[in-house]
Design a protein around this ligand. Structure first.
Ligand code: PEP
Ligand code: MG
Length: 552
């Protein structure tokens, strides 16, 4: 390895999860399997290698089961399901057979058989043009690494080289090539102060997870992993995307002076009359956390994640159980449950959607639901039944025009005529420019609305939200974006409808004042960001309406 940086060096990445941190680096061990023993076996050796595979698979299942339990209690059930998927793959009898056959057929030792079989499976999936399946390919990559670790008795993930400042895995910033959801969760979160990665999008699901965990993260810093050693000191600024290698005393001082903000707890949360801070969640476990952080409701429940977590379609009954848990956890506060937003990077084979040339502009969100009455009907019924436990705001994703919203709402109502809802209202997500341009008409027929700025930026500027090569154009800092938002906000005021913003900009304190200036009084953010956003809103409102007596 060629260590390139020995003195202060500033690098620019993409900010992914807010916060500033200075700590030493633990490198994720990307190449620890480079020199594995690969040899030919014959005779008794064949049986010995097959047994090594069987034992490694059993041990991997044990490790993953323990990890799943731990993640379920520390982070949430939905996140823990990532590891359930790994367990399922490992327990697949056909895969096990393929591994054993590779030993016999190729006279391969266990390591060689695992590499051959799993890499072939991995690359077959990578060739398919489907982001969900590509994620499954990276699951197979992770399983391969776990099995090779077990066989080689290696340290699972970090490349602690014992250099002078090695953190031995404690209080570290993890530097890896790619931030995957399992990497985010699997490495001991308590000792992780930050993440820097070379690849990965700003609104990728791993990034959303880093935010939910409240860990600052920067991505898109190419070449960093191979250019620094373990124990290197880094300053990462998850607000601006700047990464400083070996920051000087002066740099550190200027950062501490500018950032005296201590970590905020819910007790520091200032309740502000006339400004609601709600939570973005994907599961019931996160709803409990939102409640603990005093969220004023759930502003975005990404229900499709319940399906991804389960790895299959969920029946009406199964959906009802999950939604009822979330609604009950919020104890009477509103829960904005978004109807399945499938398509684009959020797809899965079990939805049975034929491959598309351009899935971001294909069967996605509302358009997909119109085509899939089965999905909409089961979810509508589950939500209506769950509304007996508390108020539900049904949010329709990727709406493009009034007619589409009317048609979807009609389907929803037709599927639930025999059920009597509790408090349940219907709202529109503004994330497609055509819908934003007819905000008035849509707000007249909707009960509420929420702006999904993640997709709105993507579609407004024709820039892929997950592609770090074009991320310079993925920015809300453009006049036309704020003009559009201002127009939606005035339409909401004219029609008397509640408008919230639930995209990632709502969780960025830098934009809170601007949203308030537009008259927006509800935002929905990752739970960990709630106190910080309340604080920013409080400051912005105080500037707008000074305390009596504070002037002169
Ligand atoms: C958005 O697009 O801003 C949004 C909140 O939805 P998602 O990130 O799930 O697409
Ligand atoms: Mg969206």
């Amino acid at each position: 390895m060629l260590i390139k940086f020995h003195k202060e060096t500033r690098l620019q990445g993409i900010p992914v999860s807010e916060g500033i941190v200075v700590a030493r680096v633990c490198l994720f061990n990307e190449r620890r399997h480079a020199n594995l023993p690969i040899y030919r076996v014959t005779g008794d050796g064949l049986e010995r290698e097959r047994n090594r595979i069987t034992r490694a698979v059993a041990l991997a299942v044990d490790q993953l089961t323990a990890l799943k339990r731990d993640v379920a209690s520390r982070v949430g059930e939905a996140e823990a399901e990532i590891f359930a998927a790994h367990i399922m793959i490992l327990q697949d009898a056909a895969l096990h057979r393929q591994l054993l056959d590779a030993v016999s057929a190729k006279y391969a030792n266990a390591e060689a058989a695992i590499i051959a079989v799993l890499e072939e499976n991995e690359s077959r999936l990578m060739e398919l043009d489907n982001e969900y399946i590509k994620d499954r390919a990276s699951d197979i990559g992770e399983i391969k690494r776990r099995l090779l670790d077990i066989l080689g008795n290696m340290k699972p993930s970090l490349q602690c080289a014992g250099l002078p400042h090695c953190q031995k895995g404690r209080n570290r910033i993890i530097v890896a090539e790619e931030l995957t959801p399992s990497l985010t969760l699997e490495l001991d979160v308590e000792h992780t102060r930050g993440f820097v990665t070379e690849r990965g999008g700003k609104t990728s699901h791993a990034a959303i997870l880093a935010k939910a965990l409240g860990i600052p993260a920067v991505t898109g810093v190419s070449g960093l992993h191979s250019a620094i050693g373990c124990g290197t000191e880094l300053l990462i600024n998850g607000n601006t995307g700047e990464v400083v290698v070996w920051p000087s005393e002066q740099t550190l001082q200027s950062v501490t002076a500018a950032q005296p903000l201590p970590a905020l707890t819910p007790d520091d949360a200032l309740f502000i009359a006339d400004f609601q801070v709600m939570a973005n969640i994907t599961s019931a476990a996160e709803a409990a956390e939102a409640q603990a952080m005093s969220a004023e409701g759930i502003g975005l429940y990404r229900t499709e994640f319940e399906f991804f977590a389960a790895g299959r379609l969920l029946s009406e009954e199964e959906q009802y159980a999950r939604y009822a848990l979330v609604i009950a956890a919020m104890k009477g506060k509103p829960v904005t449950a978004r109807l399945l937003d499938i398509g684009g990077d959020k797809s899965a084979p079990f939805f049975n959607i034929a491959p598309e040339e351009n899935p971001y502009l294909g069967l996605r969100g509302g358009r997909l639901l119109l085509a899939r009455k089965d999905l909409l009907a089961a979810q509508a019924r589950a939500l209506v039944r769950a509304s007996a436990h508390g108020p539900v705001q049904v949010l329709y994703p990727m709406i493009i025009e009034t007619e589409q919203f009317v048609a979807l709402k009609k389907m929803f109502l037709e599927a639930t005529t025999d059920l009597s809802p509790g408090r349940l209202v219907h709202g529109v997500m503004f994330e497609v420019p055509s819908a934003c341009l007819q905000a008035r008409e849509l707000l007249k027929i909707a009960d509420f609305a929420s702006v999904g700025t993640n997709d709105l930026i993507q579609y407004l500027f024709a820039v892929d939200r997950n592609n770090d090569r074009v991320s310079y154009d993925y920015s809300p800092d453009r006049r036309v974006f704020w003009d559009l938002l201002a127009d939606i906000a005035s339409a909401a005021q004219e029609t008397g409808r509640t408008l919230s913003v639930c995209g990632e900009i709502a969780g960025d304190p830098a934009y809170v004042g601007k949203l308030i200036d537009l008259g927006i009084r509800t935002v929905s953010v990752s739970t960990k960001l709630i106190p910080r956003i309340r604080q920013a809103a409080h400051a912005a409102l105080r500037r707008k309406i000074p305390n009596p007596g504070s002037a002169g």
